[in-house]
Design a protein around this ligand. Structure first.
Ligand code: S3P
Length: 175
């Protein structure tokens, strides 16, 4: 069964996924990294060469190539939820968890990551109002796709990861 983490850029998916993998002894798959590995190009290069639709197609293909029966933690890219078929696939594979933080926290994290040189084409224009609007527009998609939501701005990542696992156990019992 998969434990899939969704949420906006900067919500902490990669960090929490790594901690979950360590705690639950599960392999961790980062979907962005899978796309880069499969396509032999960076996310920025894919956006520039194929546009966002081309990137989304590569993202969906990488998702579909993951073993349905594997036990794993999956850190999804922030825009995966804009592809309805991808959301349906995630939900069919296991538990979908929305990692969430207020805009101010996301912006601070993203600004720090951009200063450190990370490759997020949707931030390249430096138009924070547009990014904020994207966060707002996607919130209903995250809410609709997720089995439950965990905030990442109130506790240290280790505590957040423990909370995710506790909620996941409760979710499994309810099924
Ligand atoms: C994107 C988020 C990125 C990456 C790509 C597009 C998005 O992943 O997939 O830059 O549309 O929100 P992270 O959420 O891991 O930054």
């Amino acid at each position: 069964m998969w434990i899939s983490l969704i949420g906006f850029m900067g919500s902490g998916k990669s960090t929490v996924a790594r901690l979950l993998g360590e705690r639950a002894l599960l392999p961790v798959v980062d979907l962005d990294r899978e796309v880069v590995r499969r396509e032999g190009a960076t996310i920025g290069e894919l956006f520039r060469a194929r546009g966002e639709p081309g990137f989304r197609a590569a993202e969906s293909a990488a998702l579909a190539a993951l073993s349905p029966d594997a036990d794993l933690v999956l850190a999804c890219g922030g825009g995966l939820v804009t592809t309805p078929a991808a959301v349906a696939l995630l939900r069919g594979r296991g538990c979908v968890i929305w990692l969430d933080a207020p805009w101010e926290t996301l912006q601070a994290r993203l600004a720090a990551a951009a200063d450190a040189g990370d490759d997020r084409p949707l931030l390249a224009a430096g138009d924070w109002e547009a990014v904020r609007a994207l966060d707002g527009a996607r919130r209903p998609l995250y809410a609709g796709a997720a089995d439950f939501r965990v905030r990442t701005d109130q506790t240290a990542p280790e505590v957040t990861a423990r909370r995710v696992l506790t909620r996941h156990v409760a979710w499994q019992r309810q099924r």
